[in-house]
Write a protein that binds this ligand. Structure first.
Ligand SMILES: [Zn+2]
Ligand SMILES: [Zn+2]
Length: 215
């Protein structure tokens, strides 16, 4: 299996490229920017993109989707609850003072329990709202399992909840009630910063400690 993480754009969103050598099929998660760089990685591994998935519709995660979709023809997936955010990308751009990126028609409205397949790779969708209403986490099944947690769970931290439709209570519930149900050794690749594991966050994430104890 191929998995490359590229921090893209000035907010350094982690774009993950997950591919299968034998079938040449791939999934790109959160192509926020630097599409040329992403395409270079795809070419280097000889990969065809089946799906482009956004963990949520913040501009740093979806800003490059239009360019990548045009270049690859891949289907684009997003949770329904983040569609309003995606449609208002221009407002997010104005808020950050950047040029609004182009948008696409979302082909795959994702929901809890959906499975996306690319060759032998299978990604299961978990709705983990809180950072945004439609934030999702993806679980890559198989011999080298891993979670893509978007901006829900970070190494030693959690996503902010003061943006459009955020909820701190919901965020902590998503982490404790969904992500923390995975085995301790499961690697986690967050939307920003370094990778971690479920066990490490369960033991030491300061934002979850009091929340878990209060249940
Ligand atoms: Zn975000
Ligand atoms: Zn982000």
């Amino acid at each position: 299996m191929i998995h490359e993480v590229i921090p893209v754009g000035w907010l350094q969103c982690n774009c993950s490229i997950v591919g299968d050598e034998a079938s040449g099929e791939a999934v790109v998660i959160d192509p926020g920017d630097e599409i040329e760089h992403i395409q270079e990685v795809l070419r280097r591994h000889n990969l065809r993109v089946r799906y482009i998935i956004a963990t949520h519709a913040h501009i740093d995660h979806v800003g490059g989707i239009e360019k990548l979709q045009k270049a690859t023809g891949a289907a684009v997936g997003l949770h329904a609850a983040d569609l309003p955010l995606y449609r208002n990308l221009a407002a997010q751009a104005a808020w950050l003072g950047v040029k609004p990126p182009g948008t696409v028609v979302i082909d795959q409205i994702l929901k809890e329990g959906d499975r996306l397949r690319a060759g032998p790779l299978s990604l299961e969708v978990f709705h983990t709202p809180g950072h945004s209403p439609g934030s999702l986490s993806l679980y890559l099944e198989g011999e080298q399992p891993r979670i893509f947690s978007g901006d829900t769970l970070f190494q030693g931290s959690v996503g902010r909840t003061d943006l459009w439709g955020g909820s701190y209570e919901q965020l902590l519930r998503s982490i404790a009630g969904t992500l923390f149900l995975f085995p301790d050794e499961t690697p986690v690749f967050p939307g920003h910063g370094l990778a971690t594991t479920i066990g490490r966050e369960r033991e030491s994430n300061p934002f979850l400690r009091n929340f878990s104890q209060s249940r």
